[in-house]
Design a protein around this ligand. Structure first.
Ligand code: NAD
Length: 514
């Protein structure tokens, strides 16, 4: 593989989505592939000033889109899913090239897009409201849901297509146009998704130009564009996925203008392995959750809390498995671990390993590999670190394949250790003891948004609400109820009597002349 090969393949994949080669050399916004560090495009960068007409176009599109009946809006999402099925191999491959995921996981991301579209199509006929018993005679009360307005969507590099689609599919059936600020590391995936949605819009029929132009737009650039979206009152919802650092900026900025946020931030996910666990299952689950996607999932397993009685056995087996994992070009069959997204991820990982060592941790793996073959790319052997206790470094999310292993003696201690970190995204327990499993999933158990038994913390299905508590931000995407974040709730009271009774029995009458 040469540098040229990747950029040529990228151009040809994009051409398949209808994106011309001129876009790939239109500016100075460099896009590189983490596979070999080579430049695959130089895009034109949007400025915050460019956002103004984009938001205005989204506002105009909103006026038209909100009037389209929801099931008809669902038809657009159904067509989008058809286009995604057609483009799945190519889009999955682009995800691998731009984000460095192995092909299997790139394809999996596109499948997740298809799944959420199917979900949203059904939802388009189920945006249910409520009829409420009124305390006043001859009155009827209703709660119903109306479209909200343009949805600003900020996404992270590690799920460059799926996370947008979780938002986009629901927002579209809810009646909201989209303005997407993708990660500056994965803008090509965003352009591809938008082009594929454009093909669905072309098939939808009867789309006025104003709607076509403003229904879904992509702004290419860095955090300055995200901040501009946060500050603009015309964007009632900002759904932001990324680090807790980013969320701590986005949350207050949007709140300052009383906008709504949906925050999907960092995780620091744990697994408790109890003495009764099926160790073979646990081992396979740990491997996928800690090593898969090169440890670059928000739900990646980062903390292993193992019972003293089985710790020795499990850690020995894990070390053996870690040593066998094939690291390399994510486009090649058989590879399980691709590259880190870039140099800063690598230095962050090494810094964390140094700190863990200073805290008394024993590091296995974690070194850079394949540097002679790809000097501008960052491949690492996943690290397993045996920690004497849960120190500060374990509390922080390091976005790299580091698994800290710690020991416990009783379940209360393990759960307390598990819940003591600032993040609250995904968690799991491996046990065959019913009491332990039930306790972990009870109000006294895990404090996370995702709580699993006998599966790892990563690899969610779109049918369940996705998101977490504490510093993970509290947002929920996909699953039940999350569509309500994209809509405005309306309470309506209709008086069909000939009287005007007031709520709470208040009398406020005046004498009227006979
Ligand atoms: P990041 O926070 O660096 O960037 C995410 C996005 O936010 C990018 O589009 C970036 O340009 C934008 N951004 C950065 N600063 C901003 C600011 N001040 N204002 C507005 N926008 C800003 O994250 P990343 O490195 O791309 O992704 C990894 C992080 O994302 C990890 O912490 C991971 O756990 C998290 N993540 C969370 C979820 C989830 O669902 N909870 C999913 C995927 C990733």
């Amino acid at each position: 593989m040469t540098t040229d090969t990747l950029s040529r393949e990228t151009a040809s994949l994009l051409a398949g989505f209808g994106i011309g080669p001129e876009i790939l050399t239109a500016g100075d916004f460099a896009v590189t592939s983490p596979i070999d560090g080579s430049r695959i495009a130089a895009l034109r960068r949007h400025t915050p000033g460019d956002l103004d007409p984009m938001i205005a176009a989204a506002e105009r599109a909103f006026l038209l889109w909100r009037a389209v009946p929801p099931p008809r809006r669902g038809e657009l999402v159904r067509l989008f899913a058809e286009e995604l099925r057609r483009h799945k191999p190519a889009l999955g491959r682009l995800v691998s090239i731009e984000a460095g995921k192995i092909l299997e996981e790139g394809q999996g991301e596109v499948q997740e897009m298809i799944d959420i579209c199917d979900f949203a199509v059904g939802l388009s006929r189920q945006l249910y409201g409520k009829v409420i018993a009124s305390e006043r005679p001859g009155h009827r009360m209703l709660e119903s849901w109306c479209p909200l307005g343009p949805a600003g969507i900020i996404t992270a590099f590690n799920f460059p297509v799926a996370v947008w689609s979780w938002n986009a599919a629901l927002a579209l059936v809810c009646g909201d146009p989209l303005i997407w600020k993708p990660s500056d590391k994965t803008p090509l995936c965003a352009l591809a998704c938008n082009a594929i949605l454009g093909q669905a819009v072309a098939r939808f029929g009867d789309v006025p130009e104003e709607l076509r132009r403003g229904l879904s737009q992509v702004a290419i650039g860095g955090s300055e564009l995200g901040e501009a979206l946060c500050d603009d009152r015309r964007v009632p919802l900002v759904s932001a996925t990324g680090s807790t650092r980013m969320g701590a900026i986005v949350g207050p900025r949007v709140a300052q203008r009383f906008g709504r946020t949906l925050l999907e931030l960092g995780g620091n996910n744990g697994m408790i392995v109890a003495p009764s666990a099926d160790l073979d299952l646990a081992l396979r689950a740990i491997l996928f959750a800690a090593v898969g996607t090169a440890g670059q999932r928000c739900t990646s397993l980062r903390r292993l809390i193992v019972h003293d009685d089985i710790a020795e056995t499990l850690v020995t087996q894990l070390k053996r498995a870690y040593a066998q994992v094939k690291i390399g070009n994510p486009l090649e069959p058989g590879t399980l671990v691709g590259p880190l997204i870039g140099e800063s991820a690598f230095t962050g990982m090494q810094r964390a390993l140094d700190e863990a060592t200073r805290d008394g941790g024993q590091v296995f793996g974690g070194e850079r590999v394949l540097a002679e073959r790809w000097p501008d790319a960052y491949y690492v052997r996943p690290a397993l670190v045996e920690m004497p206790r849960q120190t500060q470094i374990v509390w922080r999310e390091t976005f790299a394949p580091i698994l800290y292993a710690m020991r416990y003696r009783d379940l209360d201690e393990a759960i307390a250790m598990h819940n003591s970190v600032p993040q609250g995204l995904a968690s799991s327990i491996f046990t065959t003891d019913l009491r332990e499993a039930e306790f972990f999933t009870s109000a006294m158990g895990s404090d996370c948004g995702i709580v699993n038994v006998n599966i790892g913390p990563s690899g969610a299905e779109i049918g369940g609400a996705f998101g977490g508590e504490k510093e993970t931000g509290g947002g929920r995407e996909a699953g039940s109820g999350s569509w309500q974040a994209y809509m405005r709730r309306m309470t309506t009271t209709i008086n069909y009597s000939r009287d005007l009774p007031l709520a709470q029995g208040i009398k406020f009458d005046i004498e009227t002349a006979p």
